[in-house]
Design a protein around this ligand. Structure first.
Ligand code: GAR
Length: 209
């Protein structure tokens, strides 16, 4: 039985597209149960619709507080029978009620090597700081921003003439490779969480050497 995957996205949805592509190519063994956005204009919604994936919009301003927004989110995810939730450029902090409903089942992708450069404009933060190497991280979501246990990371060199756009584009290429891979590991039961550490098991459920 394949895991039900829901994706939450606020904007362009290029990571969503990479997930859809892997799913359609048969390399991501999940059921795509829905794509939800807080932004009715999100390109991510149009991408989902063009692949016949159910969509929903929940605008935070329609709810009195973060808790009730979180409850509505959980209701929709449960109605879709989601087992796993992937945040793909979803720009709202999830209420604990969502984290509790999907323990160790929510992934996020962030365009930096966490724990460096959390929050917004991670690529600009990396350039401003003057690092030589940055990258992207897929992590399990906990109750704070960009702090959960790390699943996979990919490094990207910073070039002397990089702008925010050129650096973001090279990181994005790695994001599109890394995110479907991390979702595949979670969906096939190959992640074992021990405190802050995530062990990756082989296909037989044993530790990798
Ligand atoms: C991606 O670069 C993702 O890592 C980032 O937003 C972008 C979404 O692009 N997420 C964050 O910064 C979360 N803190 P996309 O809509 O094309 O996938």
């Amino acid at each position: 039985m394949k895991a039900g995957l829901a994706v939450l996205a606020s904007g362009r949805g290029s990571n969503l597209q990479a997930i859809i592509d892997a799913w359609e190519q048969g390399t991501l063994p999940v059921n795509m149960v829905g794509v939800l956005s807080n932004n009715p204009q999100a390109q991510a919604l149009r991408r989902a619709q063009s692949h016949k994936i159910p969509t929903a919009v929940l605008r935070s301003k329609d709810y009195p507080d973060r808790r009730s927004y979180g409850q509505a989110l959980v209701q929709q995810l449960q109605a879709w029978q989601a087992d796993i939730v992937a945040l793909a450029g979803f720009m709202l902090l999830l209420d604990p009620v969502v984290i509790k409903a999907f323990p160790h089942r929510i992934l996020n992708i962030h365009p930096a090597l966490l724990p460096s450069f959390k929050g917004l404009d991670a690529q600009k933060q990396a350039l401003d700081y003057g690092v030589c190497v940055t990258g992207c991280t897929v992590h399990l979501v906990d109750q704070d921003m960009d702090t959960g246990p790390i699943v996979l990371q990919a490094a990207v060199s910073v070039k002397p003439d990089d702008t925010e756009d050129t650096l973001a584009a090279r990181i994005l290429k790695e994001e599109h490779r890394l995110y479907p891979e991390a979702i595949r590991l979670l969906a096939t039961g190959r992640l074992k969480v021990c405190g802050r550490k995530v062990e990756i098991l082989d296909e037989g459920g044993n530790y990798l050497d």
